[in-house]
Design a protein around this ligand. Sequence first.
Ligand code: ADP
Length: 185
Amino acid sequence: MGPPGAGKGTQASRLAGRMGVPAVSTGDIFRANVASGTDLGRAAQGYMDAGEYVPDELTNAMVRDRLAQPDAADGFLLDGYPRTTAQVGELDDMLAAAGHALDVVVELVVDVEELVARLSQRSSEQGRSDDSEQVVRRRMQVYAEQTAPLVEVYSARGLLRRVDGMGEVDEVTDRLLAAVGTLHA
Ligand code: ADP
C-alpha cells in the first residue's frame, strides 16, 4: 500500500522477482487492457483518466481471474489492491475460498513533497495520462479518503509493516526484503 508516487509498482516487480512470485499490479493490468482496447479497458479508461477508482465489481472480477491463474497458486504479491473496504472483503473471501491467507501488508511511506516531485518527473518522462497535475491531486484525495483508512484495518489484524520509501530505489528494496524477510527464505 501507499499513495500515488510511493514507488509501489517499481518495488513490487523487484520484490516479486526476489521472492519468486508474480506481481499482480491492478494499475498495470488496467493500462494493458486500455492499450489493447479490450472491453475492460474501455470500461476502465474514463475512471483512470479522471483519477477515480475503477468500480469495485470490475476490479474484483479482474483480480479474481488473475489470482486463479496457475502461476499464482503458490503465492503472489498484490500491488494496488485492495484499495477500498469492499475490495478488502472480496479479497478475504477469495483467499478463504482458496485456503490461503495474507502473510503481510506493507505500507510504503513517502513525504508528500517527494510524492509530488516523483509524479511530475514521471509525467514528463512517461506521459501517463493520469499524471497531469490536476488528476494527480484527485488521485491523492481519493487515496486519502478511500485507501488510507485500510492501513488501520490491516494494522488491527497485526499484518502491517511500515517501510520508509524515501531514498534510492535499491535501498528501499533492501528495506522491503528485510520487512518480509521471514517469507522469502
Ligand atoms: P497509482 O498508485 O500511482 O495511482 P496505479 O497504477 O496503481 O497508480 O493505478 C492507476 C489507476 O488504476 C488508479 O488511479 C485507478 O483508476 C485504477 N486502479 C488501480 N487499482 C485499482 C483498484 N484496486 N481499484 C480501483 N481502481 C484501481
